[in-house]
Design a protein around this ligand. Structure first.
Ligand SMILES: C[S@@+](CC[C@H](N)C(=O)[O-])C[C@H]1O[C@@H](n2cnc3c(N)ncnc32)[C@H](O)[C@@H]1O
Length: 203
């Protein structure tokens, strides 16, 4: 097996494992709105995207471990794991207790403090993070749109937002508080319309 085949095989395996636990919250009877812990993006593409964002900090933050990363609706915390591999100090918000329990059990040493049980639509501490990521956590378009606008108001100046499957794809291009960061070419994740925005001023 050559290296690209090995990578593809590991990628498929990763998807199979995450897919197999996709309804853990429903089986446990958690009250969640259309939530699912699975994302159909390649972890390799996610790693490359996060790594790229880490390079944007050069000179300002010396070590990536000083960069606080947040996944909004982190499910089992797989994207947090990937962010951790990049070197970020990674956290995730999740409101399903069974997903947090299973996620913590996957890597108890790292995860005990990384999962924050909170509702992403009312969370008060978005201004503590340098990189904030989401992959379409809410299935309802109106709620997803309200969440996006709330996050854009609450995050701090200097923060990067990594938005996948944004509800309103064009809203920030007219918003003077945000600057679009060009994403390098390549990567399968382009079909999820990733956008990276930097907040450059409050109003
Ligand atoms: C598509 S999954 C995202 C998985 C994760 N971001 C990743 O990249 O691996 C969406 C997650 O958001 C969670 N979620 C949905 N609404 C939420 C809310 N209002 N507050 C906190 N978590 C929420 C769901 O329980 C689900 O685990």
């Amino acid at each position: 097996m050559n290296r690209p085949e090995l990578i593809r095989m590991l990628d498929d395996l990763f998807h199979d494992i995450t897919w197999s636990v996709t309804d853990v919250h429903k089986r446990a009877g958690d009250v969640v709105e259309g939530g699912y812990p699975y994302i159909a993006a390649s972890p390799i593409d996610q790693y490359n995207l996060f790594k790229y964002v880490s390079t944007l900090f050069r000179g300002r933050k010396l070590y990536t471990k000083d960069i606080k990363f947040l996944d909004c609706g982190c499910g089992l915390g797989l994207s947090m794991q990937i962010a951790r591999k990049v070197g970020f100090d990674a956290y995730g918000l999740e409101y399903s207790p069974s997903m947090i329990k299973l996620g913590r059990s996957l890597s108890p040493y790292f995860y005990s403090r990384s999962f924050i049980k909170a509702d992403i639509t009312t969370y008060k501490d978005y201004d503590k993070y340098d990189v904030i990521y989401y992959f379409r956590p809410l299935s309802d378009p109106k709620k997803q749109d309200e969440f996006e606008k709330y996050l854009e108001n609450e995050c701090k100046v200097g923060a990067y937002l990594i938005c996948l499957y944004k509800q309103d794809k064009f809203s920030l291009s007219k918003d003077k508080r945000f600057k679009l960061i060009k994403i390098p070419r390549g990567g399968d994740w382009r079909r999820w319309s990733p956008q990276i925005w930097k907040k450059i001023k409050h109003s």
